[in-house]
Design a protein around this ligand. Structure first.
Ligand SMILES: Cc1cc2nc3c(=O)[nH]c(=O)nc-3n(C[C@H](O)[C@H](O)[C@H](O)COP(=O)(O)O)c2cc1C
Length: 340
């Protein structure tokens, strides 16, 4: 039977355990140039020292106006590659693997003078009304994703995650609430996301996995549910997604969410349903920072990998403590043994 500390392999990605640090924006690029700095280096390398098997670098954007804020990471320029390569190298030297989330915020780009989106529908009454991308611009956006993925591969990442969740650009394209286009990208709601996946795969070595993060259901009135997300995920799987990272929501204001409450493991049923319907590996996320619970999600085969976000912000050594609590072999670095 598998557990949280079983190894995991998909394609060429070999993990020493099933614990993943999910992408979490740090809003820490003070120079606003999209280049990772000392904060990012310390932040990611600490979690590698802390025992996580796999780390996913925060939302990293394909163009300046694709950032949520001007303090976000970017990969629209070759100048942004070396600082990320340095993080990759250090994380590897501490025994973890590392991926990166490639994204565009679309209408949720807060600092963009004129955000872009599939259709000119603002996120809420306090947000700028985005400009609808022309058909040619949508095709150009696919190329921006392609170039960002090319740079991520150059930086040495072990896997690429495409951000198709939380109400950002790809989510905006496949949601009927935000895509009211009448061109080919509106007639076929998954066309943009599929083309991004195909472009990414064309830049990735054949044995490198592509992870697709999705919001498996929306919470606003009239939003899509798990049945629809199974359908669009099938299209993304056929386009080349190897693993699904199953989250939810983000398309509307939290106050408007008909959300049942973020209790422990609240998104695991969604991950399990995607796993069962598509026969794909899935990553679960959302309040899984009780090690016994995280272990059970793996043992019960509800997900293949478990992510611990806020739990790792509180404690970079979450994995070391979980190993101790679950009585697995000692994985504590020798320098820290006296503390355990
Ligand atoms: C500070 C912070 C930043 C986040 N940034 C991102 C992000 O860049 N990309 C993303 O897909 N999710 C992001 N998330 C969501 C997390 O990846 C994760 O799905 C969420 O925190 C739930 O997991 P948890 O309960 O273990 O924290 C962020 C969450 C937090 C707390």
């Amino acid at each position: 039977m598998q557990n949280l500390f079983s190894t995991y392999k998909i394609k060429n990605l070999e993990l020493k355990n099933r614990v993943v640090m999910p992408p979490m924006c740090q809003y820490s690029v003070e120079k606003k140039d999209g280049i990772a700095n000392d904060w990012h280096y310390m932040h990611y390398v600490s979690r590698a020292v802390g025992g996580a098997g796999f780390i996913i670098v925060e939302m990293t954007d394909v163009e300046p106006d694709g950032r949520i804020t001007d303090y976000d990471l970017g990969l629209w320029s070759d100048e942004q590659v070396p600082a990320l390569a340095k993080i990759v190298e250090a994380v590897h030297s501490h025994g973890a693997k590392i991926g990166i989330q490639i994204a565009h915020a679309g209408r949720k780009a807060e600092d963009a003078p004129e955000p872009v989106a599939p259709s000119a529908i603002p996120f809420d009454e306090n947000s700028k009304t985005p400009r609808a991308l022309t058909t040619e611009e949508v095709k150009g956006m696919v190329e921006k994703f392609r170039l960002a993925v090319r740079r991520a591969v150059q930086a040495g990442f072990d896997a690429i995650e495409i951000h198709g969740a939380h109400g950002y650009l790809i989510h905006q394209f496949h949601s009927p609430l935000t895509n009211k286009r009448d061109d080919e990208y509106g007639q076929d709601l998954t066309k943009f996301g599929r083309e991004v996946i195909e472009a990414a795969k064309a830049e990735m070595p054949a044995d490198m996995p592509l992870i697709m993060r999705i919001s498996a259901r929306e919470y606003v009135e009239g939003g899509y549910g798990i049945e629809e997300s199974i359908e669009f995920s099938k299209a993304y799987k056929d386009a080349g997604a190897d693993v699904f990272d199953v989250s939810s929501g983000g398309e509307g204001q939290i106050a408007a969410w008909g959300r049942p409450g973020t209790h422990a493991a609240y998104q695991v049923p969604l991950a399990r349903q995607i796993k069962e319907a598509l026969k794909v590996p899935v990553m679960a996320v959302g309040r899984l920072d009780d090690p016994i619970l995280a272990n059970a999600v793996i043992g019960n085969e509800e997900a293949d990998l478990v992510q611990v976000g806020r739990g790792m912000l509180r404690n970079p050594y979450w994995t070391l403590e979980a190993a101790k609590q679950l009585r697995k072999e000692n994985i504590v670095p020798k320098q820290y043994e006296a503390g355990f």
